[in-house]
Design a protein around this ligand. Structure first.
Ligand code: SF4
Length: 464
């Protein structure tokens, strides 16, 4: 992937993409605003969500151990994964131990983050996405571009084409004469997925929350596909980031109000599935929980950046972001797009690579993301903090040389005065555009003219 500015420039040139994104984000953001306005105590709920997450993160070690004990007592097995490679290894070994070569998947950001599908494919195991939007992405050999609506960049006609062309290669083909009516598209997906649900012996999920006091995992969704995966197979493997733990059921109550209104603008989620270990004769007989770090403890050590771990992946910040609305999700080069991606990805992956170093700049700092965030993550504050980190790594060589020259001049008043006079006398020769890394600035702004006479000379002439 190129760094954000190049990837965004390409996306912005795509009129169809921009039209799809604009329509979708505006529809969701308006519905969210109406759903939130219904609650008189939204501000208090938001404050409670923030406080619970901060408390949990402060005592994460304690709550994770409590969670492990509760899951184990309920018949589950807990695995700890320090990074993506370890998590993928654990899941692949667990699937291989069942003798199966197929798994069905519940929509999960954590498994996308670690590249689980690709790692399983390398071991000869096929992972089938069952969330409708994830199915569209998988069939289209595409990448998700939104946290909640991974195929937001596709319109109905494009989806019909993907179904008609690609469903047959992955299982039951699309019905003959499929149109782009939403009901027909949903029915085609339903028929295609149903045979996978009935055949699958192993499922892989993430979780929106984990309740430490009872070892209960929670998945909220709108389609019911998740519940099919969570209940029908014999073995269930859940890969969950360590920051998803909440201490008690009372805490969960707060998030089950914040999340649906912020994400799908619903008063409650159509499907809220909860499971605690295993129960004989009911649901999967074998349950494994893989607790994923993959950079989260590094983020936790950063006093400003750690607030990103409060995120409940509602995607409200994406839907209001003017940058996301125009550039779309692919430009962020990460499974976490939009404002949350711009602060989470560089913390999980570090800022050494060009894509990750460009992400903190993928924002106008307008603050709309902070206003809608249900757990009050001050995204602009973290963006500026991360920009500082990137700048400290050393920017472009021309930038560094310019700053060194400015440092020298500001330290030597006589040299500064001489440079000002020289700049004034040669002003007719100054370029209208800056070269190198400054070019982007003057592509959309006029370079201010240097005055013929330096201010200090004018002052001396007129006021002394
Ligand atoms: S940062 Fe806030 S608004 Fe954005 S996805 Fe996370 S919880 Fe939602």
């Amino acid at each position: 992937m190129p760094a954000f500015p190049a990837a965004a420039a390409r996306a912005v040139a795509d009129d169809q993409l921009r039209a799809n994104l604009r329509h979708a984000t505006h529809t969701i953001r308006d519905k969210r605003a109406r759903a939130v306005a219904e609650l008189a105590d939204w501000a208090e709920l938001r404050e409670a969500g923030k406080a619970i997450k901060d408390h949990t993160l402060r005592h994460l070690d304690r709550y994770l151990v409590q969670l492990e004990e509760a899951v184990t007592a309920a018949g589950g097995t807990v695995h700890w994964a320090a990074d993506a490679e370890q998590a993928n290894r654990i899941v692949a070994d667990l699937v291989r131990a069942t003798g199966e070569t197929e798994v069905v998947k519940v929509k999960s950001m954590a498994t996308q983050e670690i590249g689980l599908n690709e790692a399983l494919a390398a071991e000869g195991i096929t992972a089938y996405e069952t969330d409708l939007a994830e199915l569209i992405v998988q069939l289209g050999d595409d990448r998700p571009s939104h946290i909640l609506v991974p195929a937001i960049h596709r319109n109905r006609a494009e989806i019909r084409e993907v179904f008609a062309d690609r469903m047959g290669a992955w299982g039951r083909p699309a019905p003959e004469g499929l149109t782009d009516s939403p009901a027909e598209l949903a029915e085609a997906a339903r028929l295609h997925l149903r045979e996978k649900f009935l055949r699958a012996r192993v499922a892989v999920s993430g979780a929106n929350f984990m309740v430490a006091e009872t070892g209960t995992l929670v998945v909220v969704e709108s389609e019911g596909n998740g519940r099919m995966c969570l209940t029908l197979p014999r073995t269930l493997i859940s890969v969950v980031g360590i920051e998803k733990v909440v201490p008690t059921w009372r805490d969960l109550e707060v998030f089950l109000q914040l999340l649906p209104r912020s994400s799908t603008a619903e008063r409650m989620n159509p499907y809220t599935s909860l499971w605690t270990g295993t129960t004989e004769g009911d649901g999967p007989a074998d349950f494994h929980l893989v607790l994923l770090d993959n950079g989260r403890t590094t983020a936790l050590a950063d006093q400003v950046g750690r607030q990103a771990l409060r995120c409940i992946r509602c995607s409200a910040c994406l839907n209001v972001c003017p940058v996301y609305e125009r550039a779309g999700g692919h430009a962020y080069g990460s499974v976490y797009p939009g404002p949350i991606g711009a602060i989470l990805t560089p913390q999980l992956r570090g800022t050494a690579g060009p894509v990750d170093a460009s992400l903190p700049y993928a924002s106008s700092l307008c603050g709309a993301c902070y206003e809608v965030c249900p757990v009050a993550i001050d995204i602009p504050e973290v963006l500026v903090h991360l920009r500082e980190r990137v700048a400290e790594q050393g920017g472009h060589p021309v930038e560094r040389a310019a700053i060194a020259a400015a440092g020298y001049l500001l330290d030597h008043p006589a040299a500064l005065a001489a440079a000002e006079r020289l700049a004034g006398r040669t002003r007719a020769l100054h370029p209208r555009r800056l070269p190198g890394p400054g070019r982007a600035w003057t592509d959309s702004r006029d370079l201010p003219k240097v005055p013929a006479e330096p201010f200090r000379d004018w002052w001396r002439r007129n006021r002394t």
